[in-house]
Design a protein around this ligand. Structure first.
Ligand SMILES: N[C@@H](CCC(=O)N[C@@H](CS)C(=O)NCC(=O)O)C(=O)O
Length: 225
């Protein structure tokens, strides 16, 4: 989203055909320490020349100032890092709804625990996180249709919040239908980000991977029942 919003040129190497030097093996070369630069633990990571930056929050912190996706002052950049790390925490909790026991087990082998975990996640954690973002968007003299997380201008954390709202809607439609009326600023922000010309074009393009049951946000209706 950050690279798309910036209009930056990039290659999604893992999705490039093997015949063009891409695919999973090309990505795994880095994980196995065969690529140039730092050896990351897991995807996603960004390679710029010999520099390898891993972890979403760190990648965004790197891209932010270079692509004017964050204000230039230090306090805004520290706030951006904090919001992004909070979003990373939320994403980890989302993952744990379908993998509460072990990463190495299939969802089908931890379904009972997943149901229990999801019950608390949707009842307590979704409302708590969304209320926090809503409070960040509450600014004196700023209309709810105009607020961004760091102030008057969009930054990379707004893109991330859009992604999380989209993912939560996919995975937990019932919980989101209940929570959204309480967070009108978050809902408005997600709409405004989706409508930004470069983001809208990206969402319509094959570069956007549809939500599915292999990644972080998964729709297992039995978990919400
Ligand atoms: N904290 C990392 C999490 C990255 C992550 O969870 N990567 C997944 C793929 S989406 C993975 O490959 N994990 C392998 C593992 O943990 O063994 C980030 O924010 O980028």
């Amino acid at each position: 989203l950050a690279l798309e919003e910036a209009g930056a040129e990039y290659v999604d190497v893992a999705r490039l055909p093997k015949s063009r030097g891409g695919g999973i093996p090309a990505m795994m070369n880095f994980i196995e320490g065969k690529g140039p630069g730092f050896r990351p633990f897991s995807p996603p990571f960004l390679r710029v020349g010999e520099l390898v930056v891993s972890h979403v929050a760190s990648i965004l912190e790197f891209l932010g100032p270079r692509h004017k996706l964050v204000p230039s002052d230090e306090s805004s950049q520290i706030a951006a890092r904090a919001v992004q790390l909070t979003i990373s925490d939320l994403v980890t909790e989302v993952h744990e709804t379908h993998h509460p026991v072990a990463m190495s087990l299939y969802y089908e082998d931890q379904k009972r625990e997943a149901r229990k975990r999801t019950r608390f996640f949707v009842a307590d954690r979704i409302p708590k996180y969304l209320a926090y973002f809503e409070r960040l968007l509450e600014r004196p003299r700023v209309k709810k249709e105009a607020a961004y997380l760091l102030g008057a201008e969009r930054s990379y954390v707004d893109l991330s919040l859009f992604q999380v709202v989209a993912g939560l809607r996919y995975a937990f439609p019932k919980a989101m239908a209940k929570s959204e009326p309480k967070v009108p600023r978050v809902v408005s922000l997600a709409e405004r980000i989706a409508a930004r010309p470069r983001i809208a074009a990206y969402l319509e393009s094959p570069r956007r991977i549809p939500f599915n049951e292999d990644c972080i946000f998964r729709r297992y209706p039995e978990l919400e029942r």
